[in-house]
Structures are given as structure tokens and as C-alpha cells.
Design a protein around this ligand. Sequence first.
Ligand code: ARG
Ligand code: ZN
Length: 878
Amino acid sequence: KAIRLQDYRPPAHRIDRVDLHVDLGEDVTTVRAVLAIRRNPDRADAGTEALTLDGQRLVLRSVAVDGRTLDAADYTLTPDHLILTDTPDAFTLETVVEIKPQENTALEGLYKSSGNFCTQCEAEGFRKITYFLDRPDVMAVYSTTITGDKARYPVLLSNGNLADSGDLADGRHWARWEDPFPKPCYLFALVAGTLVHGEERFRTASGRDVTLRIYVEPGNEDKIGHAMRSLVKSMRWDEEVYGLEYDLDIFNIVAVGDFNMGAMENKSLNVFNTKYILAKPETATDLDFQNIEAVVAHEYFHNWTGNRVTCRDWFQLSLKEGLTVFRDQEFSADMNSRAVKRIADVQGLRTVQFQEDAGAMAHPVRPDSYVEINNFYTPTVYNKGAEVIRMIHTLLGAENYRKGIDLYFARHDGQAVTCDDFVAAMADASGVDLSQFQLWYRQAGTPELAVTGRHDPATATYRLTIRQTVPPTPGQPTKQPMHIPVVVGLLGPDGADLPLRLEGEAAAAGTSRILHVTAESQTFTFQDVAARPVPSLLRGFSAPVKLTSDLSDADLTFLMAHDSDAFNRWEAGQILGGRILLGLVADQQAGRALVLPDSYVDAVAAVLADADRDPAFAAQALVLPTEAYLGTQMAVIDPDAIHTVREFARKTLATALRADWLAAHRRNVTPGAFSVDAAAIGKRALKNLCLAYLMAAEDAEALGLCLGQYHGATGMTDVIAALQFLSNSPAAEREEAIADFYNRWKAEPLVVDKWFSVQAMSHRADALARVRALLDHPAFEIRNPNKVYALIGGFANGNPVRFHAAGGEGYRFLADQVLRLDPMNPQVASRLMGPFSRLRRYDAARQALMKAELERIVGTTGLSSDVYEIASKSLEAA
Ligand code: ARG
Ligand code: ZN
């Protein structure tokens, strides 16, 4: 069942040209494919190997080779393949198949969303459209002719340029699209339906005029401006920073309401989940606006990193995803606050990816085996993969990194390549030795660094000793030491950075330096350090590791106030907060009274007093470490103690600093017209954080402020924040507000999703009962992935204390939903399984309860490979 990297063979055949003729119907859709096929000259050993085409759920109507129709005896048909033997060395294959997109609930291949046709082919959806060699190293030039009813499907789109179109009898019409760039079939796309569009023009650096269009369902034309502006900014940024220009005359985006993931980079026809396109301040939060900018950029950047140069096989997925995430992160950093963006990305990595790395599904950035490739579109491949590219950028420096990128495209444009090819281009262009560094692609698990510092006044030296360990993960019991770039600075007693001179160097160079940690234990000695410094370690989070140090609480408070590295100012506060909360968790478990140290209250007060200088940063710095993050720091996660302690700390800070929260809240209310510029976003974030604390104190004045904001605010950021605080509050007004919100927003599906997730994530004891009831709400649709992720996913991933209820009812609920969803949409079912894959991180009683649910899942007949892989691997690791 498992596919292994070591078994990779180039294909025995190549497909150079594809002419698709798709006849769209209400009952059946017919796909006629004309393929120019030849033996692969690079596979001399393949001899006369049979041609094995992939195909699933296709009804085969005819097969012809070079114009001669074959008899059933001339080929072999299995549920997954069409096999032809004794074919000529080069020939034309014509197949005709029938499919039923209207019955496709898996949303993979050709399917319908709100009556419109659309496709999702990555990773292996093209085989549900026609027989093909469905693997990314088979690259072909495509033409696509679409025929359909003109009234129902006035818009007919596919990849490339519109070559011709016309009307037919019976109210039908057709369009032929031609894409001149060879591409793997996972980048194929087709859209047909009733859509309206917004349009913009873009002139590339070399003078090509490009038409940009964003297509949406009628009624949404007022929500595409932000996505369009984001697209234009992305195109300009890629020219300026990477020297990469768009390569066709047209770039289309289509937003659809039913989509398994975020978006898809199909050549010149990106298809998006509406969540990442539609926005206006009344319906979308500041976070939505930021996510749209990032995802629009991500998909656009794939045009070069993914499409022009693609993956040889799916083990290389991070070649395009890690690199493209790094590119979109840097784009967002350039468009907004770099420090705030880095903090948000690191928080995401630490909660979601570190959890994955510590669970049953832990895998390297380049996995070496999989059962179902759709299970490997993971935070490890995407986000840890992006950290790997970021480390290469750090090791090479911006200039050499760009030389490496240029060499990568000079060598591989038009090819399907490997992660090794990318690293080789980087090493060759820069002369930097990346051989040990490549372990980042092969070894799973989060490396752990333990750092100790020793100052010697007699010799005026400061020694940092760094020990690394890489924990065992499933299938990888022992690990080799990694090459870890640890960027450090030293703060002198006045808080200023010291110039850094390492042992053996003639003169100091810079105040931030990369320490190359390559062995299990290493000591780095700094010269000319008269007084004991405070080290600033892992600046900018220069490597995706867990770092512990011997810094004292006083050192951390000093760093919070003085570090020139903004990320580490935030980080010092998180370490301090984490340390204190984890200490309280131990007190709670031992039945001791909870006391929040005054020194910590003072440290928070100091950050709050300084908050107006950079409200966005302060809003991040004033958030206590999340429950999920605190869990990653414990040997055995105790969700109840973590929740109790974090709520206790919030309430204590709320009461102790009540006047300060109130004052800061008042100062950051932005009157006047609503705006989504960075300054307004920062003020709103800080204001809502203050309100969150005030609401934790549960007094009448706070409730009045919150209700006032709920009823008076014009922007969704403020409305949904107020609703979220109310949903956690004991106040009677809670239910009124929840009912009011639905009535106000029931016509906007994306806003209703927010309503579902706020309720699913409420800490209140009745959360699960409410979620169960909402499954029957008229607005809930089990076939719509966004609804499932909002309600069921919101509960399973966003509500640890209720999901992990000691009686196991949360586990039973999730397993029931997974089993209900699996026959309809395996990808969505499998993406809900995350919490189960981490069962061994919990106590024995919870483990047993989760195991029982997993056994029930694995014992179900007809399970998809998606859910089976996660359930069985979770049980193996238990
Ligand atoms: N390549 C897309 C992106 O990074 C993700 C699509 C993955 N889809 C899937 N069904 N596995 O934006
Ligand atoms: Zn991507």
C-alpha cells in the first residue's frame, strides 16, 4: 500500500501533447482526450513495458490507437488503470470517457460548486477526469475545448490563452483554450458557469500587458478589490525581489464556495476557496484581509516556483511548497510589519508543526513514504519546509541566495526536479557547503538545543555552550547532528548590542552573528566582553528548534525591554510567561494554591505601558502563550490544568491591571471611517486584546463595553471579537447576541462560518452539546468543507479543554463525524484526524479512550486510504 521514494523510476512513456474535449452535461459529462505518446528515451531499460494509464471512476466509452478503435480484448481495464500492451514507439491515443461531476462530493477532479463546474487536480485528481499518466514528471502542452449550455455556463475557462470560441445549435456554445507551457496534469483546470468578474491591467517590467481577472458568483462583486490589489502587489514584488515576470497575456482567478483546501495554482487559472478572495470590512476581519493578501501571493508565486519548475514526484512536494511559503511570508513581511509577521508565523509553526513533529504522523520535510499523498499537504512540508528555505537564505545571505535562485531557474526551467536539485543550485551558486544541512530534508522531529552561558571577567570572555539532540520519530529511532544556524547577539549592561569578536578573529564584526551548530556539543567563545552580558539567542527564530537556556527571569525581563531584535523581545516575554504558567500547572496538579508572581504582573504592565509605540507588536506581546503551545512544552499534556491555569492568569492580570487595560482600550478605539491600513489594524488588535482581558474579569463595565462594541462596530474584526468574548461569558446577553449575529449575517456564508466556529470554540461547559445541535442548523452543510472546518474542526482543534473532556465524549463525537464524512469526502474527513494522531502525548486514560475510537475507525469497512493511513499510523505509534 505504501509508495516509497526509493522506488522512484522515470516513466516508461512520455506524453507531449494533450487535446481535451470536454462536453459538459447535466447528467453526464463526456471527456475525449487525444494524447501524443512516445516511449521515454531515458528509460532504455523499460523495453516494451506496457502503458499503464491512471483512471478512477471513469466510464470508458472507446479507445483508439492512431485512429484505429480497439476491442475490449486489446486492453486491460481495472478500477484504477487502463493498460495497453504492444503499442508503437510513438502514437496517438484517443479515449472517450463519461463522468458525473454533479455527484462528485470528494471535490477532487471535475465537480460542481453552486451549480458551476470547477476542478481540483492536485495531487491526483486528473485521473478522475480522463485516463492519463497522473504523475508530475509527465509534462505536456495542452489544448482544452469546452462545450456547454450557454445560458447555464456563459463563462468557459481553462489554462492558457483563449484561442477560439463560438455558438452551437440548441443554446450551446464552446471555447478552446491553449496553454503553450508544458505542464504536469495536476496544474490542469477547467471552470464553467455563471460568474461575474473584476478586471485590472498589469504591465510587466519588460512591457508585457497582462489582463487580470477575478471571477466570483454574482452578488460578490463588491468583495474582490482587496484580492485584486494583492495580486498586483505580488506581481510587482516578484519582479523586484526575484526578477520573475508573468509569462502569459492573461491571469485568471476563480473563487468557489466548495473547496477542500485554501487555493490552487493551476497555470493562469488559479482556483480559490472564497475564504481567501472575498473581503470587505463589514464581512471580513483584519486577519482575513491579511490571509487573502498572503494566499493570493502564494498562488501567484507558484507560477515560477511550482509551475515553470515543478516536482519530479510527490515526495518533493516541499520543493514548491516550502519555497513558495517562504516567498509569501517575505512578501507579507515587506508589505506589513516584518516583526509582527514573523511572530505570527513562528506561533503557527510552534503550535501546529511542532505538534505534528511530536505525533504519529511525524515525517521529514521530504517524506520517504506515504499511503495517501493528500495526507502530506502538512505543516511540516509547508511551514517547516519554509523554515528550511529561510535557513538557506540566512546561511547564504540575500545576495548569494538570489544567485542561487537565478541558477536554479537557469538550470531547471521547464523541468520536474527534486529538493536535491534545488539545494545543489544554492550550494553551487554560493560556494556554501550544504551537505550536512541537507539532513533537514531527511530527518523528522524538532531538534532541541540546550544553551548555557559563562562569563569570565578575568579574561573578558563569554562562552556559549550549545548541545543539540534530535528526538526519535516513527521509523527514525536514531538521528545525526544537524547543521543549525543560531543567530545570536550579546546585550551589554546598558541594553545595547555589543560588537562581536569570536575566538581566533582579529576584529569584531557585527552585533548579530550566525553560530554554526553542527555537532552534538559545541562552545563558542566571545572576546572583549568586560561585563556579564545577556545573550539574545536564536534571533528572528533563525532555526525551527526548541531552545532552552539558563537565562534567569531577570535576564528575560531585561531582553523584553532592550533586545534590538523585535522578535526576541516578544520571545523573551513568551519564555517568561511559559515558564510561569507551566510552574502554575505543576502547582495545580499538586493541589497547591495558584499565585501569579508580582514580578510577572509588573513585566506585563511595563509592556502595556509602552504599547502605544507599536500597538500591533504589543498585542502579540501581551497574549499569554496559547494552551496548545503550553501543551507542547509538557511531557504529558494536561488540558484541564492548562486551561484552568491560563484562565486564572488572565483573570489575575485583568483584575490587577484593570485601570491600565481600560485606559489602553480607550486610547486605541479608532473613531471615524473604518480602514484596514496597518496602523488601524494594530490599534484594533490592541484594543480587542484589552477588551479580552477586561472581559476575563467578568464585571459589568466590561460587559457594557463589549455589548457596545458588538452593537456599534462597523467592521467584522470588532463585531466578531465582541461576539467571541460574549460566547465565553456567563452573561445572559450572550444568547441574544448569538441569535442576533446569525440573523444579521445569514446571507453571507463566510460570516456564518465565523458564527459556527465562535460557538465551537467557546470554553463554556455546554460547547459540545451546542456543536451537536448546530449540526442540524439549517445553515450547516456537511458537504461544504468550510462549514465542517468551522464547526467540527473548530471544536476538535480550537477547543482543547472541551474536546479532551475526561469522559471521552469529544473523541466519540469526532470519530462519528469522521466516519460520516469519509464516504463523501475523504480529504476533509482525514484533515479532522489531527488530534487523534497526537494521542500518545496524553495520559493513559485519554490514550485508551482515543485508541478505542481509532480502533472503531480502522475496523470500518470501505474506509478511504486517507483516513486509514492516519488512523492506522496513530494506533501503531500508540
Ligand atoms: N498547491 C496548493 C497550494 O499550495 C494546495 C493544493 C493541495 N490540494 C490537495 N487536495 N492536496 O496552495
Ligand atoms: Zn502552495
